[in-house]
Design a protein around this ligand. Structure first.
Ligand code: HEC
Ligand code: HEC
Length: 147
């Protein structure tokens, strides 16, 4: 009996060790720099697409960013996107104003400043670049759209 328990524990430890090794490998493949180092976008991600706002692929889609974002810093102290898109600046900058959803806290209260849940813009909004995708994408819009 003792032997069986020991064999079981050994097998479990082996599986867990191998499992975490595989996970660690995958995480490393997704990011080329250490997690605490600055990971700036490469020159490939410079926006070279068409000008103007882009058609959404489904109703709830966060609009794609139609300009380069490589120069705009976002960290816990600074958010340079707000310098053009916040309601206090957008008119003067000729940029689309953040919609009201960006000024609602989790309880639904209206705020005068960006909600914490919307601070890190590129969690949801991404620019486009002409590079080969990391994973294949077979997404199709739920209803037909006119391009
Ligand atoms: C220098 C001013 C400026 C800054 C800084 C800026 N933007 Fe913009 N952004 C614009 C302008 C102007 C447009 C509209 C482009 C057009 O209509 O051709 C725009 C468009 C957009 C749109 C498209 C909106 C829509 O409805 O299609 C998104 C999304 C966006 N920006 C996100 C961002 C994010 C995220 C950042 C920061 C990483 C950022 N912007 C920084 C000026 C700016
Ligand atoms: C949690 C996801 C999320 C985050 C974070 C977020 N947005 Fe959005 N954004 C959306 C969605 C979804 C829409 C479209 C629906 C809406 O307006 O709520 C949108 C709409 C917009 C629009 C178009 C507004 C309009 O009326 O056409 C702009 C511009 C924009 N976002 C910029 C930003 C900027 C700049 C930030 C960072 C300060 C940001 N967003 C953060 C999800 C997000």
């Amino acid at each position: 009996m003792k032997k069986l328990v020991f064999a079981g524990i050994t097998a479990l430890v082996t599986v867990l060790t191998l499992g975490s090794f595989v996970l660690a490998q995958e995480v490393q493949m997704m990011r080329s720099t250490p997690i605490d180092a600055d990971n700036r976008l490469g020159a490939d991600f410079k926006w070279e697409g068409k000008e103007g706002r882009m058609q959404r692929n489904y109703r709830q889609q966060p609009p794609l960013v139609p300009h380069s974002i490589a120069q705009y810093q976002i960290d816990t102290r600074v958010n340079q996107c707000l310098g053009c898109h916040d309601w206090t600046k957008a008119g003067a900058r000729g940029a689309p104003t953040l919609s009201m959803t960006h000024y609602l806290d989790r309880e639904g209260n209206e705020l005068d400043h960006i909600a914490g849940t919307r601070f890190f813009c590129n969690q949801c909004h991404v620019p486009q670049a002409d590079v080969s995708p990391l994973v294949p994408n077979v997404f199709e819009a739920s209803s037909p759209i006119e391009n």
